[in-house]
Design a protein around this ligand. Structure first.
Ligand code: COA
Length: 213
């Protein structure tokens, strides 16, 4: 008899199963390896937050009554210059023993159904570039590679920028931080008026000889 598959939104009592699924994913190849492991409490808080978010869903897949798969769906603008939204599919994962029973396709089908319901003409799936099986699975569903997601902690990138021996770049970063903080403050107190601080002169270093090669 074929295994019973159910797809539904995550509930607070799925927290332990979701932590396990996350643990499996983070031993794999994706950018989730860099993120701290969630706790059942933080997962329950995230599920409560998503309950109030009309643009995001955490969906689980059950195989014979056991939570064995997850996916995070997000409706986001396709670009800053187009009016359409795209459905972004992230953290798609089916536990090892539950694969090849149709859960993966059932979760992508849920993403496509929600995309249609939300009038999203596009669907994008984030998958680690070196996950060959997953990429073959997605290619067979008509999804072609469109981008590479590079991921790092903000501080790590700032440290690298600082190491580039560009003192005026650091001055610019610090000035941008105060402008952003001022904007956020104005958002909360619109009676104040915004005055941008003068930005430091920034000299762009000459292009290295290897640029573009
Ligand atoms: C990629 C992944 C999501 C696929 O999940 P899955 O549950 O195995 O997917 P499905 O069972 O729906 O489909 C897988 C294959 O099994 C086949 N299949 C489905 N039910 C089957 C059954 N009862 N018997 C035999 N084969 C079956 C499907 O037809 C499909 O074959 P195809 O790709 O040639 O069409 C899963 O392998 C995974 O989580 N991989 C690791 C995580 C990862 O890298 N994620 C990155 C984001 S994609």
């Amino acid at each position: 008899m074929a295994a019973a598959i159910e797809v539904r939104d995550a509930r607070p009592d799925d927290a332990a199963a979701l932590v396990t699924l996350w643990g499996e994913m983070s031993t794999g190849t994706g950018h989730q390896r860099v993120l701290p492991t969630p706790t059942p409490e933080s997962v329950r808080a995230s599920i409560a937050r998503l309950d109030d978010d009309p643009a995001g869903r955490l969906v689980v897949g059950e195989l014979d009554g056991r939570v064995s798969a997850m996916v995070y769906l997000r409706r986001t603008p396709i670009s800053p210059l187009h009016p359409e939204d795209t459905m972004t599919v992230e953290y798609l994962h089916v536990t090892d023993h539950a694969r090849r029973h149709g859960l993966g396709k059932a979760l992508v089908a849920e993403a496509a159904a929600w995309a249609e319901h939300e009038s999203c003409p596009y669907l994008g799936v984030v998958a680690p570039s070196i996950a060959r099986e997953a990429n073959r699975f997605l290619a067979r569903l008509g999804l072609s590679q469109a981008a590479v997601l590079r991921f790092a902690g903000t501080h790590a990138v700032r440290r690298r920028l600082a190491a580039d021996h560009a003192p005026n770049l650091l001055a610019m970063l610090s000035s941008r931080r105060s402008v952003i903080a001022r904007r956020a403050q104005l958002g909360r107190h619109p009676e104040l008026t915004f005055q941008a601080e003068p930005e430091p002169d920034v000299t762009v270093p000459a292009e290295p000889g290897s640029a573009g090669t």
